[in-house]
Design a protein around this ligand. Sequence first.
Ligand SMILES: [Zn+2]
Ligand SMILES: [Zn+2]
Length: 371
Amino acid sequence: MARAGGNEFELPHRMKAWVLGGPGELSLIEKPVPEPDKAEVLVRVDAIAVCATDIEIIEMGLPALVDGGPPFNRNFTPGHEYMGTVVKLGATVDEVEIGHRVAVEVHAGCGRCARCREGMYTSCLNYGYAKKGHRANGFTTDGGFAEYAVNHINTLVHVPDEMSDAEATLIVTAGTAMYGLDAMGGIVAGEGVVVIGPGPIGLMGVGIAKSLGADPVILTGTRERRLEMGRKLGADAVVNVGREDAVEAVKRITKGKGVEYVLECSGAPNALNEAARMVNRGGRICLAAFPSNPVPVDLAYLVRNNIYVFGIRGEGKSATHRAASLLKQKRFDAKMIHTHTFPLAEVPTAIRYARERIDDAIKVVVQTRNA
Ligand SMILES: [Zn+2]
Ligand SMILES: [Zn+2]
């Protein structure tokens, strides 16, 4: 395949990057622009969204997660929901060209373990083992709160010309919701789906379930504005659980039938028990969020009713590519959840907006380019 004629991008030797210190400590430093190795590319980060997981990692501080523990990368850069422009190709790369716009998946599996070979690279058995080829940018390897980042070609998702940088940062979020539906069996046309929790993944889950023909799609949550957004993204019904019992509401809406699938995105302690009572016998539940402490679960109810429970980690099985296609086809307006934008110099402010939901922030995007 022909390469773009030489290097069109003037690449500096050093770049601005945010690095993590102790718990909650972020500083903006200059560090070397990384070099792409075989099957990798250098991405100029153009935009990056703040994710709840970034906030957890930053609050834990070093050496949590990084490179699987010490000896760790002392100049670790967090951030994983980014997109940008390919500016340099590593050896053997002919799958993309310089100048292509890409969104990036978080996980590059080792490619050699049993899970990677099944497409479950977010559950790579060599997680954190960078020498075996595993990368989880923003988790175990450097992420995107910087001007440049290195990505394995397997993590690249093509961004169509007409899609904005900010919207492209939502591809991985949408891909995570898509992976949840995949895990449950994925055939949702004509079947009922409840999404619990109108956070970014839940809201994208509504859009994706509706795009795939689910009927009805029901969203439950507490914040009226987000429920309204869910309606615009395709929910047939929304339930404010502050006003009505979620299980009763689902029974009412489905005329006692219940639904086939629940995508749990709230992490509420009783969510699994409630989900079990929303699905009908033989129904399926996918947990995309979880409470931080152990919680009681009515196992007898799950077993007696032959209910399947799945857990997902991130965005496996190339679900991002399918999600990106739905966004490209404008099946739902993902941009709606992008509420705030900040320049690279203001990453701590962006994180504060996301963490404290200032001004009802949902997705806060850091626009790196021209920042
Ligand atoms: Zn994320
Ligand atoms: Zn692997």
